[in-house]
Ligand binder design. Structure first.
Ligand code: FAD
Length: 534
């Protein structure tokens, strides 16, 4: 097979245009082309009134070898790489001890699945409930303000990304094509086929829920076990070797191979690990607000007269601005046609995030607008970033009226520095509700200064971004883990053998895809380590 990259065609091209483009590029006739598939489809919207689709195509011809030789100097014509996932190990037949995975988010899910596929029969421990029960609890909080601190947007089967836009793209380097393995597993579990080829795949909340259930069933079928409402509250570490964990029920589980895929919100578990001597360091993260515009404003700014084209879907954006005070402000986790959600896992705190359905057809576009911060902004020990987050989240709770409503402000008022008193054309989507106020009190001054500078700069790229009526809600603090549980080349903690820090919570991923990829790497490292000791 020959992979052709950067094949550009107009947005409204017909079916025949794809094979015509292959024939032209390879300088062959129709009878020499056997078949082709679309590996990737993206678009170039820099000229919004003449948007091009950009394809990567895999073509099978009657003379692949000859053509690859002929185009040897052309970087856009190469042999299609082998992307099939190959397991690195098989479990020994008389395996006496199960590997344990703590956390059943995207990282724990893929770690558990790959371990199960290799025959290791993993035991997965998840503090939250199974996904249907969790959905009831999460919507209960959004609708009735009843927070279950163990079953919410952050905790429960599927992890933090379950109630999300389900964006699946990531910028991590992936020379071994792990992302293909993740996408194939997701499609097998019910994700739409198009995630395999669109350049910015997304799944949306409702599909994620049923996919997670199917993947759970597959792990169980392969001999794995998943225990819900099973919070790890204790760890047994002796002479620098993990030996087991204790659950909130008091039950003790022995294992010398334990993955910690607990996400960025397991603050109590971070403390537990630190108290037991696991090496943890503070790391940079970001804080800010969610911004909402009408989706039609974003579509028009990005796609001009092509706004509404079904191939393009609801428009997204990715923005960054380097400020005079040395800070960077960037858009994060942009959710086209979605809603802003209440994402706290702790009482008396307000945290924002965003989600959408597969159709992305809600009225508003939302995105976080966040400022990069550094451990020097919150001096203290390795967990000082958690205290910093908590302080901002508690302050937001107070500003919102101490009832889980989020503090909010119109962008025009925020830029002018005056409290908002009424809404304009953009209706905030955050539930349970918002309280109009002055958001300048919600973040440190240097953050406010940076965001005030960035919004007009973003408006120069997305016309309408700084619209007076656009809405800010806050605070967005759970952008990534403020810590790094250091691991070595063997993926084990640098001072606790057998403990495999994994995914977003340990500081090795940011988003569903990168967390899932890290899960595969961790499964491989655990399997190899088990086999070495066996
Ligand atoms: P998590 O998904 O956080 O999973 C960790 C799991 O560990 C949780 O289920 C938790 O209950 C469990 N756990 C924690 N402590 C313990 C313990 N002591 N014992 C047992 N279990 C424990 N990313 C994207 O790429 N695209 C998006 O569109 C997107 N949208 C998002 C929307 C929202 C509302 C949120 C909150 C996040 C979103 N993200 C998105 C981020 C993404 O969800 C995370 O990056 C990803 O889930 C991290 O995966 P993880 O497996 O490392 O951790």
């Amino acid at each position: 097979m020959i992979r052709l990259t950067n094949i550009q065609l107009p947005l409204d091209h017909d079916e025949q245009a794809l094979s015509d483009a292959i024939l032209k590029k390879l300088e062959i006739t129709a009878d020499q082309l056997i078949d082709f598939t679309v590996f990737r489809r993206g678009y170039d919207a820099r000229k919004k009134n003449s948007i091009n689709l950009i394809y990567t195509l895999d073509a099978s011809t009657r003379q692949d070898d000859f053509l690859l030789e002929k185009f040897i100097a052309d970087q856009l014509v190469k042999a299609t790489p082998d992307m099939e996932y190959k397991f690195v190990a098989q479990a020994p037949e008389n395996l006496s001890e199960r590997p344990v995975v703590i956390g059943f988010g995207p990282c724990g899910l893929l770690a558990g699945l790959v371990l199960a596929q290799m025959g290791y029969k993993p035991l997965i421990l998840e503090r939250g409930k199974e996904v249907r029960e969790r959905t009831k609890d999460t919507f209960g909080f959004w609708r009735k303000k009843v927070l279950n601190t163990e079953s919410n947007v952050q905790f429960g089967e599927g992890g933090a990304g379950t109630f999300s836009d389900g964006k699946l793209y990531s910028q991590v380097k992936d020379p071994k094509h792990y992302s293909r393995k993740v996408l194939n597993e997701f499609v097998e579990a019910g994700a739409p086929d198009e995630i395999l080829f669109v350049s910015k795949p997304h799944i949306g909340t409702f599909r994620l829920v049923s996919m997670v259930e199917k993947m759970r069933a597959k792990i169980i079928e392969l001999g794995g076990e998943i225990r819900f409402s099973s919070r790890v509250d204790g760890v047994d570490i002796k002479n620098g070797q993990i030996r087991g964990v204790t659950l909130s029920t008091g039950e003790k589980i022995q294992s010398r191979h334990i993955a910690v895929a607990i996400g960025h919100s397991a603050r109590d578990t971070f403390q537990l690990l630190l108290d037991n001597g696991v090496h943890i360091e503070a790391k940079p993260f970001s804080v800010g607000f969610r911004i909402e515009h009408q989706q039609s404003t974003i579509d028009k700014a990005r796609f001009g007269r092509n706004a509404g084209n079904p191939i393009l879907g609801a428009a997204d954006y990715k923005l960054v601005h380097h400020c005079k005070n040395g800070r960077s402000v960037y858009s994060f986790c942009m959710c086209p046609g979605g809603t802003v959600v209440a994402a706290t896992s702790e009482e008396g705190r307000v945290v924002t995030n965003g989600m959408s359905q597969y159709s992305r057809n809600e009225r508003n576009a939302n995105s976080a607008v966040v400022v990069g911060i550094d451990p020097s902004d919150y001096p203290g020990g390795p967990l000082a970033g958690l205290d910093f987050q908590r302080e901002l989240e508690s302050q937001a709770y107070v500003l919102g009226g101490e009832n889980y409503d989020a503090p909010a402000q119109r962008v025009g008022d925020f830029l002018k520095g005056k409290p908002s008193e009424n809404l304009g054309s953009v209706t905030p989507s955050y539930t349970p509700g918002i309280k109009l106020t002055d958001l300048s009190k919600a973040l440190p001054d240097f953050c406010i200064e940076a965001i005030r500078e960035a919004i007009p700069a973003f408006n120069r790229k997305i016309n309408g971004f700084a619209l007076d009526d656009a809405i800010l809600t806050g605070v967005e603090t759970r952008t990534s883990a403020p810590i790094n549980i250091k691991r070595g080349d063997d993926f084990q903690s640098i001072n606790t053998k057998g403990l495999f820090p994994a995914g977003e919570g340990a500081g090795y991923a940011g988003g569903i895809m990168s967390a899932a990829i890290d899960g595969i790497k961790i499964a491989e490292a655990m399997a190899l380590s088990i086999n070495k000791e066996f």
